[in-house]
Design a binder for this molecule. Structure first.
Ligand code: URA
Length: 232
């Protein structure tokens, strides 16, 4: 992982060829939903694995079938709370939980509205109690304007003060990182890559499109109520 020189505590995984190959697949407009979801699961798993390199470990003694020797456990792995920001973080969380199998999981539904206001709607919040020894990982694939994440981080803070508060995503725009760091300088940000910029609709460029739509399909707006057929 590489610390981005523009900010303190912002890391990308551009030094990992495998993570970059998975990202390339996600960017490709011809990648279908199945492969897209699988890519997100893989990224969750490998980025989670990379995160363990930043975690506290403890020396332990272990008995092999032949003799006693020294080993370690990643102590922090037992104290992870994953906050999943619906929808697109679901596959990312699935990957993370393979590394952090003890994790307690919070679910938040937060989505930004349309440009230019990008007002955030948050209508479902289930977050476990956060303890001082916890490592909280807020999983949100796209850190674009940062508005959704700011709303989520403000909410998460109401549940306790963790040892570390981490945002884990796939891509970030510099504008979003600036906004988060201004209000939460202590938050660590880990992304596969920091992209160039946002377009006027708030999408990351070069980006990968709308992560939720690409993973789960574009939702349709029902404008007329479905017809109800009476039971005969
Ligand atoms: N959310 C997405 O899914 N994609 C973007 O580019 C920005 C926000």
């Amino acid at each position: 992982m590489i610390e981005d020189k523009r900010w303190k505590g912002v890391y990308s995984f551009e030094d990992s060829p495998y993570i970059m190959e998975i990202l390339t697949g996600l960017r490709d407009k011809n990648t279908d939903s199945i492969a897209f979801r699988k890519g997100l699961v893989k990224l969750g798993r490998y980025m989670g694995y990379e995160l363990t390199k930043t975690m506290d470990v403890e020396k332990v003694r272990v008995e092999t079938p032949f003799e006693e020797t020294e080993g370690i456990i990643v102590k922090d792995r037992r104290n992870v709370v994953i906050i999943t920001v619906l929808r697109a973080a679901i596959p990312l969380m699935e990957g993370l939980i393979k590394v952090f199998e003890h994790a307690r999981v919070g679910i938040v539904s937060a989505a930004r509205g349309k440009a230019p206001k990008f007002e955030v709607e948050m209508n479902y919040v289930k977050i476990p109690q956060i303890r001082p020894e916890d490592i909280v990982i807020v999983a949100d694939p796209m850190i674009a304007t940062g508005s959704t994440l700011l709303t989520v981080l403000r909410e998460v803070k109401k549940y306790g003060t963790p040892k570390r508060l981490i945002v884990l995503g796939v891509l970030a725009a510099p504008e979003g990182i600036e906004k988060i760091k201004r209000e939460f300088p202590e938050v660590e940000i880990f992304v596969a890559k920091v992209d160039r910029e946002l377009n006027d609709k708030g999408y990351i460029l070069p980006g990968l499109g709308d992560a939720g739509d690409r993973a789960f399909g574009e939702p349709v707006k029902i404008t007329t109520l479905p017809q109800v057929h009476p039971i005969e």
